[in-house]
Design a protein around this ligand. Structure first.
Ligand code: HEC
Length: 138
């Protein structure tokens, strides 16, 4: 019994902190999924491939100095980025920055601000969910 309990406890201490961050991420994705479904009954799930495309597209419909998400967030999700003012930004990939996308208010605040800067409008729930699906797998 004792020999079985130890690996079990070890697993719990290792897995719980990661699970604690994954739970809010699932909740955020769930909220975007519900909103995407409400906007279009044909919605059939998020696509990391569409999210990747959104991330790298040069829109040019927002601010001239930030045509794409990559204007601040580096060319690769696993690399650190930089704001136009030179402030460093930690990598967006969850594999590099595990605390990413665990606070719904923070996620919404930055989607709102950054989509307006890049696209000149807010992102739709479908775009947000696709983009998150991409970053979570990076
Ligand atoms: C003008 C620079 C800039 C651009 C362009 C930009 N971002 Fe960001 N983004 C930031 C900063 C600064 C933060 C906050 C610092 C941080 O989270 O490390 C941030 C944070 C975020 C977050 C919150 C991350 C978290 O941990 O919860 C999301 C989501 C996000 N950005 C999405 C986008 C998307 C999508 C685009 C393209 C449509 C984009 N960003 C373009 C500067 C930018």
């Amino acid at each position: 019994m004792k020999t079985r309990l130890f690996p079990c406890l070890l697993l719990t201490t290792l897995v719980l902190p990661l699970a604690a961050l994954a739970a809010p991420r699932d909740e955020i994705a769930g909220q975007y999924a519900a909103a995407a479904k409400a906007a279009s009954p044909a919605f059939s799930g998020f696509s990391a491939a569409r999210g990747e495309k959104l991330h790298f597209t040069k829109f040019g419909t927002g601010k001239a100095e930030t045509p794409a998400c990559t204007s601040c967030h580096a060319d690769r999700p696993r690399s650190a980025g930089r704001t136009p003012a030179g402030k460093p930004i930690e990598a967006l990939a969850v594999s590099v920055t595990p605390a990413r996308y665990s606070d719904p208010a923070k996620v919404e605040k930055w989607f709102k601000r950054n989509c307006n800067d890049v696209l000149g409008r807010e992102c739709t729930p479908l775009e947000k969910g696709d983009w998150l699906a991409y970053m979570i797998t990076q």
